[in-house]
Design a protein. Structure first.
Length: 473
């Protein structure tokens, strides 16, 4: 790493917040994906001005830079390539202001998702996007990947809950995108920035929309003799004109792992379980509960369990949100995928997933946002087994391809990053990709902001291609 660049960073921030040691660089060489890169220097700004200084130093030295929050991303979006400068925002973790009357708050990007909701609970409010990693993922990362979550079925994903942003653009300029006004003047550059995966700059302040806690909530658990029956129940509930707060499914292998972990009394002999939550006014909620129970029963639900109180409801949700952690009881490693398919194709695509995994002699745990068709097949394995990674990667590619072939998309909430970059032509034409590249270049005139991510060709994104060890693109 350029010693002059490191010295300038130390002078602009603080020497103790600029790291080049082997341990620090190793810690930040990857996110939560299976992709590993190489960082050249890691810095920890604490303000917009320090982020601006870091970016300007990077630009002056022609150094690529990558924004990183909590590192929970699963698509390699925060994996540094070619000794990139890591600009880590975890120390920017303040809730700056809360306006409970207008239901909005200004926060820094390092605020954890769940901490934001905890901060506004006293006002009867919450931050609606709730990824399963909400105890550890940051708001900045949610913005970068346009994250979703179990309760985004009715409330919408992150972009619906971000009103405005203060960002440092890739040339070092500070800009305000959107704002507190319901309809800011001009183009919706806020909408372009949310989900841009660090290619359009770094958010340093985020104005979020807060959601009022519903007066009544009911949570149900149904079990089914087949995954297909559970999937058809999901479609039938939506077709009946109801949009529950959440519709989540887990298959048998996942349910068993979760039950061994949390001991919630889950039906481990069922092929699939469906977690349904309804929220709203009390009388409407009770009516919807009965309608959903009737639909589930008509589609083969074996039993229906309705949480009797908040304690039981929290236990059921603990099972869903800790599913990924529970897999260690089966195998030490997993590869989590993220595709979306039309709800009507859920039974067929899920069967194809099982067929693919069986053909490659692997295990899969299916746990997913069934309401919007967002699949999360977990391929569980032991990477110490010879040749296992080749089988995992081959199965993963097939799952992506069958999802897109069914009319689906590459990602529902994890982003494209490095993992799915070269699958983009499955969805987009060369003209589409060039339009996206032009939008990126309008923000990133330097070509240094998280290069080699999302857009698949050197011609489109203006970057030299480099694939790190362990990538399967």
């Amino acid at each position: 790493m350029n010693e002059v660049l490191v010295a300038e960073l130390g002078a602009a921030l603080s020497p103790d917040r600029v790291r080049i040691g082997g341990t620090e660089l190793a810690l930040y060489q990857r996110d939560a994906s299976n992709l590993t890169g190489q960082a050249g220097v890691v810095c920890f700004p604490t303000s917009t001005q320090e982020v601006q200084a870091a970016i300007r130093i990077a630009v002056r030295h022609g150094q690529p830079f990558v924004a990183r929050g909590a590192g929970t991303g699963l698509a390699g979006g925060a994996t540094p390539l070619d000794d990139a400068m890591m600009i880590v925002t975890t120390k920017m973790n303040r809730v700056l202001s809360v306006d409970p009357v207008n239901r909005l708050a200004w926060v820094e990007p390092g605020v954890l998702n769940l901490d934001l909701t905890k901060a506004v609970t006293k006002y009867g409010l919450h931050f609606a996007p709730d990824p399963s990693s909400q105890q550890s993922c940051s708001i900045g990362g949610n913005v970068a990947n346009n994250s979703g979550g179990p309760h985004c079925l009715s409330d919408g994903v992150t972009t619906a809950h971000v009103l405005g942003l203060e960002v440092v653009l890739p040339d070092g300029e500070i800009a305000r995108l959107g704002g507190e006004e319901p309809e800011p003047a001009g183009y919706d550059l806020r909408g372009a920035f949310v989900g841009s995966e660090g290619m359009c700059g770094i958010a340093t302040k985020v104005c979020v929309r807060l959601t009022q806690n519903p007066p009544a909530i009911r949570t149900m658990l149904m079990d089914f003799a087949s995954v297909a029956d559970g999937a058809r129940t999901v479609s039938a509930i939506i077709a009946a004109g109801m949009v529950p707060a959440a519709l989540e499914m887990m298959d048998q292998l996942c349910t068993r792992a979760v039950e061994e972990y949390i001991h919630a009394g889950l039906p481990v002999d069922a092929a699939a379980i469906l977690l349904v939550e309804v929220a709203g006014l009390p009388h409407g909620v009770e009516t919807d509960v009965q309608r959903i129970v009737d639909i589930g029963t008509a589609h083969g639900a074996g039993t229906v369990r309705i949480a009797k109180d908040e304690v039981e409801r929290a236990l059921l949700w603990k099972g869903r949100k800790n599913a990924f952690g529970a897999i260690a009881r089966i195998k030490p490693n997993y590869y989590l995928h993220d595709t979306v398919v039309p709800r009507r194709h859920l039974p067929d695509v899920l069967q194809q997933v099982y067929d693919i995994v069986a053909r490659h002699d692997l295990l899969v745990m299916n746990v997913f946002h069934a309401g919007d068709g967002n699949l999360h097949p977990l391929l569980v394995f032991d990477k110490r087994e010879p040749g296992i990674m080749d089988r995992v990667h081959a199965a993963g590619e097939e799952i992506v391809r069958v999802s897109v072939a069914a009319g689906g998309v590459l990602s529902g909430e994890h982003g494209i990053g490095l993992e799915k970059r070269d699958f983009m032509p499955l969805m987009f034409s060369a003209t589409d990709l060039e339009a996206q590249a032009r939008l990126r270049r309008s923000f990133d005139t330097t070509g240094l902001a998280n290069p080699n991510k999302v857009l698949p060709t050197a011609a489109s994104c203006g970057d030299m291609q480099h694939v790190p060890e362990g990538a399967w693109i």
